[in-house]
Design a protein around this ligand. Sequence first.
Ligand code: AHR
Length: 712
Amino acid sequence: MATNRKKFIEKAGFTWKCLHGFTFFVLLILFPGMQSAPGNPKGTLLVDHSVYNCLANDMIYFMHPERIGADTGKDTSINAILTIYIRKTKKISDHLFGIFFEDLNYAADGGLYAELIQNRSFEYSPADRKGWNPLTAWDYTTQGFGYGSISVETNLPVHPNNPHYLVVNVEDEGLEGIGLTNSGFDGIVIGAGEKYDFSIFVRQISDKPIPFEIKLRSKNGDVCGEAKFTTNSGDWKKYTVTVTATQSNDSCSFVILAKAKGKFALDVISLFPQKTFKNRPNGLRADLAQSIADLKPKFMRFPGGCLVHGDGLGNMYRWKNTIGPIEQRKEQRNIWNYHQSVGLGYFEYFQFCEDIGAKPLPVVPAAVSCQNSGGTWRIGSTGQKALPLSEMQEYIQEILDLIEYANGPVTSTWGAKRADAGHPQPFNLEYIGIGNEDKQTPEFRERFKLIYEAVKAKHPEIIIIGTVGPDPAGEDYEKGWKFANENKVKMVDEHYYKEPDWFFENLNRYDTYDRNASGVYVGEYAAHDVRRQNTLRSALAEAAYMTSLERNGDVVSMASYAPLLAREGHTQWNPDLIYFNNTEVKPSINYFVQQLFGQNAGDEYISTILILTDSSKTVAKHLPVSVVKDSKSGDLIIKLVNFLPSSVKAQIKMKGVETINSNAIKTVLTGMPGDITLIPQTSACMVDKEFSCELPAYSFTVIRLKTNKTLK
Ligand code: AHR
């Protein structure tokens, strides 16, 4: 890639020289006043986001670079003229901004997955986390003078994938019965009048039917909802009952009590709100899912992240373990030091993608485990393990089966399983990622290539995404790109978590990427500010960078901020996009930036020229702009970042447009760089073919305009 890029830069340099004189001449005619712009004693800096970029498709062009001199001292008044060449456009990805979902920070269990019972299948273990065991989150409940015994057993489970269950022997049920109490995830939240679906698997061991009572109990002992059922089988049998909450409470526990003497086995004790996102059974927490949907993501990557390749080979995320009835799924420890019930599994991921209009982007392991397995990042990331080559055929088939599960006809083996789960129509899978920022070892490459060739041969219609390490530069990045280009991998996944200034310094990163090489998926990125806090500084750095992704939307096909979700009190990684607890969803400032880009996406990039009355390079890099058009609505969207300590008076001129609808919508996110909570403000704004707009200090402004129909 380096050679291609070098050739490209040389070619671009030649074109630049040819265009330089001509462009400057044109600009002088267009902007005769630019030499004497107010507040600019030392000269004028032109930042061309476009003319050159539009012609050569890839560069920010500094006119008169020799004029880039010292800062203008104390003079802080900056004027900008942004000229938008509406008819000079290039096609960009129409699915540029999406989301990255990983079960990290309790994003799935105790998060998006709406299950209210923690450790419902008694599968927690000390391998998940020191001190955890099958009874974590459960209490043996013997109020009312009852007594008996309990034991965790494995010899006759509901399903071999789900080995642990609880046996209870009630010797005397006392006054209230004996059983179990579950504390949920930091308590269980219920709403008065809301209905909750309870289900359980019970196997009677003693002869007689066992009457059970279930209760939602508040901290002070109030019963906030209850129901009853009685067993009638000596085999494992599922019992279901609905509980209606009689009052609202945000810290209930769940209690199940056997009301008669007897012996029985219990497993998969589940309680779901009926009101899940789109009312799906085994569904998602409605408020959290809605906050994700509101980002208008064009795709969703899942299930990770490091979770995909796992902490050792046995911990790789195997999609087949995550589908089918929940009691048959294979739970496992989470690389982030907790547990995955996989109740939110591949079917639910695909369904959620469809529900929010996002293209599914599953990432499967490249048959190697995470290089940091066992915490080996401390000794140089030597933990990568590879599946034996003798198992590769079977493993490759697993990936081909995934494609069949997503897209195959209902008459196919795996398409039939999708239909059984309630979705006969295909999920329209277009992309698959192979590997997650894996170390570029010979073992990795050999396995990647085997998978890649097999998937390409059987499914040429699927775009395969390769991986180029965890950093935006360095050995894995270089080797990964070389390998991708040699193998003509259509797209590669770049990752970077960097300080805000890195983003401002790298606004030109993709300008010189070879348009004929692999495309780019920026699969994970985030600006990490001091103490890894979500700040306006980091959000504006991301906004600035995203304008450059739009400008390079012909080579960058997709980008997703990471990570997405974090449960307060259970967070392993900061910063994240959306924080939450049991009752609140707390979008970060960075969320609003993602949302503004998601809700104001375009599929054509429009050329612009920005003229500034300040010749400092610092000023120029802190005023990035992008303009896109949404060809469906014909709307034009102007995005302007001002990361300067003073406001900027911007004059916006539209060239190549006959008429403009004067009613536009303007949204501004602004505050101080260190602010950690802010909400953007939206207002109506009057525009014309030429209009002025003040960009507040430290702000991100989005203006959405309706253009006349002739532009469509
Ligand atoms: O997003 C958090 C982690 O960062 C991901 O799991 C991993 O891919 C990256 O290193």
